[in-house]
Design a protein around this ligand. Structure first.
Ligand code: FPP
Length: 251
């Protein structure tokens, strides 16, 4: 297994509708084609050595889409669960859905619960579908839950983090958005505070393992400073602080 500093990857799978429309098809065609490539990307994430992959499959804002399109997305999720179940279990993947799934058909809800339960002890890639998910909603829910359980106690970053939907996934290291737009669209707002962002023009149905790997390798080489300066600058500034002690003291 490869060691990587990009442990948690999140993807906004955008551009399905435009992919279909540019081929004179209905938007749902794009979702159908888009759903077919999900398992390739999951496999590649695993091969690249990532520990977690979180995919934005349906946002809280997507509820305002035409009913027919919403139903197609529900069906595609169900199909994915039925088709990929064995592969997920065989590959030691831990599967979860984060978000409000109460409006999904009962059968789909039970398929989710079953797969979550059957894969819960798997130690491989943590695959999470964000479905009926919104980042602001997640933060508000976490804060409210904390206040209810800890009246009068002060909220800290660590405590809020522990009240999020999937605290064990930790921060996002790499956030990719396909489809050409450069937005985060209410996805993993808290967790992406220091994420490396990568926006590709490629629409989701055309996104390949090869491009995913190239992005991953490109971003792996970026220096992540988390608000600090780079290590060589740190060394230089230590030396300069000694040399300029008098200047700094008189500031
Ligand atoms: C955005 O494309 C995509 C979505 C709203 C849904 C993402 C869903 C899939 C990739 C398929 C579902 C797969 C599973 C397994 C649940 P868009 O419609 O906003 O595209 P546009 O920006 O071109 O309009």
């Amino acid at each position: 297994m490869k060691e990587t500093n990009l442990k948690h990857i999140a993807i906004i799978m955008d551009g399905n509708g435009r992919w279909a429309q540019s081929r004179s098809h209905e938007r749902i065609w794009g979702h159908i084609r888009g759903s077919k490539i999900v398992s390739n990307i999951v496999e590649e994430a695993d091969d690249l050595g990532a520990k977690a992959l979180t995919l934005y499959a349906f946002s809280t804002e997507n509820w305002s889409r035409p009913v027919g399109e919403v139903k197609v997305l529900f069906k595609l999720l169900k199909k994915f669960l039925l088709k990929e179940r064995n592969r997920i279990l065989k590959n030691n993947i831990q599967f979860k859905v984060m978000g409000d799934i109460t409006k999904l058909p009962e059968k789909t809800q039970s398929l989710i619960a079953e797969l979550e339960n059957d894969s819960k002890d798997n130690k491989g890639l943590k695959l999470t579908f964000a479905f009926g998910y919104g980042g602001r909603d997640e933060i508000v829910q976490a804060a409210n839950k904390f206040i209810k359980e800890n009246p009068g106690k002060e909220l800290t970053e660590e405590l809020l983090q522990s009240y999020l939907l999937m605290p064990h996934l930790g921060d996002v290291d790499l956030l990719i958005r396909t489809g050409g737009d450069q937005r985060i669209s209410n996805f993993l707002l808290w967790q992406s505070a220091y994420a490396e962002l990568y926006f590709t023009q490629t629409k989701w149905p055309d996104f390949t393992r090869k491009e995913f790997k190239e992005i991953f390798e490109f971003v792996s080489k970026r220096e992540r400073r988390f608000g600090n300066v780079c290590s060589s600058d740190l060394q230089t500034s230590k030396m300069m602080a000694v040399e300029n002690k008098e200047l700094i003291t008189n500031l």
